[in-house]
Ligand binder design. Sequence first.
Ligand code: ZN
Length: 360
Amino acid sequence: MRARENSDNPAQGMRAITVSPGISDSARLDDVPEPPAEDGAVLVRTLALGVCATDREILTGIHGSPPPGEHRLVLGHESLGKVIAASAQSGLVPGDLVVGIVRRPDPEPCVACAEGEWDMCRNGRYTERGIKERHGYGAERFRVEPEFAVKIDPDLGILGVLLEPASILAKAWDHTERIGRRARVWQPRTLLVTGAGPIGLLAALMGAQRGLEVHVLDRNKGGPKEAIVRDLGGIYHNDVESLGRLAPDVLMECTGAPAVICGCLGAAAAAGIVCLTGVTEPGKRFDLDIGGLNRTLVLDNSAVFGTVNANRRHYELAAQALARADKSWLERLITRRIPLECWSEALEHRRGDIKVIIDF
Ligand SMILES: [Zn+2]
């Protein structure tokens, strides 16, 4: 192990953003002990943490659970850090940029988790860093198991913090293409993404990388999102009517807005695929012509599927996609960087926000 930097002195303890899950507005910047050895053999100094809607749900008390026997949870699942120390067998060396995988297999494990596809866990007993029964990455240092640390291209620098959200889309694309292979020949030409937040824009990026004609629908008008889509070679729409007009081969729903989701069902071309990525609250009811919708889906051989989370293979695919992307384009997705001392500002919704990160 190399000499530590002063700021990485384990005797000092460290700062972390912690929360009491289930209790609204209980988050604070805390002093916590150094990460325990049982978290993994790779010791990492945190560089940045991305925040998303899941973090906001945990802060408002409607989501998240602490590790067994504890009351507080270290927040944070979109990580980026620099390796301080790692074992020789890990394939990592001090200085490597890494991102920690979020989910861990359930203890049983189910057939999916046993195969390393914890993103497809069948019994729901998986755990997740910063979300479900495991401390997150929102601390000045964290430990992670080598098999749950993903090395990223050093040229990405701070942009590596986009890896976790990108892994969600790498899985969405992987599954879309697997479903597409149900036909001997399926050659998608057009993509429609609903929502130009970080998830939607990363979906659009991966569509552009596949050579598709990319359309993005967002209600935002006159903001930077339109130019970001255009500079990807995509076409930006802010009229909901385009949902019924475009008939894309692939439709990726990334708003999680019930009215938009309603419009997406049955809106793809024949043999098309609608991929749902947004997590919604139950209880939103819409009048739906289920007979008409079913008729369309059946006669068009359409597929509608949901996707969540990602396994190691998807993180690696995402790392490749980010490494191939134009760095100056990716930089425009990070619209605010907040120092750790002011962490709570990162969780406020501000006009023009795409991805907001906390600098450690
Ligand atoms: Zn499982």
